[in-house]
Design a protein around this ligand. Structure first.
Ligand SMILES: Nc1ncnc2c1ncn2[C@@H]1O[C@H](COP(=O)(O)OP(=O)(O)OP(=O)(O)O)[C@@H](O)[C@H]1O
Length: 255
């Protein structure tokens, strides 16, 4: 993105609230997610990060508030419609089919945007048409050398890369990543960070991440949640030097 260009807001929430039978898990959350940026949602356990993700992707209905995707009100839209509009959430490794080859995992994912639905038994020629695009996607994420291997045989980090590739098959405008580095060693973190940087060049990325070293290294903008409310927002330097943020994290360390 050129330095002079105003970052474009592609996903925006205002006054987001979710009440679970009297317990307010998310309250008055305003969030702007920008094209070309990597943004993080952080906060102590139970802060409401997953609930915010569920609200944005419409897995949960907000009790109040408004959500816009690409300028359109999606507050009452069903999750499938929101996904078709370009807001895609990456689930953890369970989304990969271990007995299928790496290539077939991507070909199956590619069936979805073409409107075929996930039907494994679609004619082979229909799947074959998707092979060039699948190969291109595998090249772009650095998995082309593993195309014929069973997905289940990949290293943990490369499974994660494959899983992200299957979400890229949907050509998202906004990619929501749920703890992309969970359970990873140092080397894998580097590989997945590189991939996230490259996918964020022409889309927006919002991630929940507990590893603050990763957040510091990767994220342009960080929103800190505590007890369902926004405690602070800004770049890493800004939020990490905020006294309230320090207390929130120390509180969980000692609590
Ligand atoms: N379906 C539900 N019914 C009742 N309470 C819920 C429900 N889902 C979440 N909560 C509560 O809402 C609060 C926020 O939960 P949430 O999972 O969003 O936090 P989180 O920040 O993602 O936490 P973690 O980092 O531990 O995953 C918690 O107190 C949780 O117990």
């Amino acid at each position: 993105m050129p330095a002079s260009a105003e970052p474009r807001v592609v996903l925006s929430a205002r006054g987001l609230k979710r009440d679970f039978g009297g317990f307010i898990a998310v309250n008055n959350v305003d969030l702007d997610v920008h094209h070309g940026r990597i943004q993080a949602l952080i906060g102590p356990n139970g802060a409401g990060k997953t609930t915010v993700f569920n609200l944005l992707t419409k897995f949960l209905q907000p009790s109040s508030g408004r959500i816009e995707l690409l300028g359109r009100d999606i507050t009452r839209s069903p999750p499938a419609k929101v996904a078709r509009m370009g807001l895609v959430r990456s689930f953890q490794i369970s989304a990969v089919f271990p007995h299928l080859s790496v290539l077939d995992n991507v070909r199956v994912a590619l069936q979805r945007p073409s409107g075929l639905g996930v039907q494994f038994w679609r004619s082979l020629s229909a799947l074959d048409r998707l092979t060039p695009r699948a190969e291109e996607l595998l090249r772009s994420v650095g998995l082309d050398d593993a195309r014929n291997r069973s997905a289940g045989d990949l290293s943990y980090g490369r499974k994660r890369v494959l899983e992200i590739a299957t979400t890229l098959a949907l050509d998202p405008k906004v990619l929501l990543l749920d703890e992309p580095m969970a359970g990873m060693g140092h080397e894998d973190v580097g590989m997945v960070s590189d991939l996230i940087r490259s996918v964020a060049r022409d889309r927006a990325v919002l991630m929940v991440e507990h590893n603050l070293t990763v957040v510091a290294d990767l994220c342009d903008w960080i929103t800190v949640l505590q007890r369902g409310e926004i405690l602070a927002a800004g770049d890493y330097q800004t939020v990490s030097s905020d006294e309230r943020v320090k207390v929130a994290y120390m509180g969980t360390d000692h609590g």
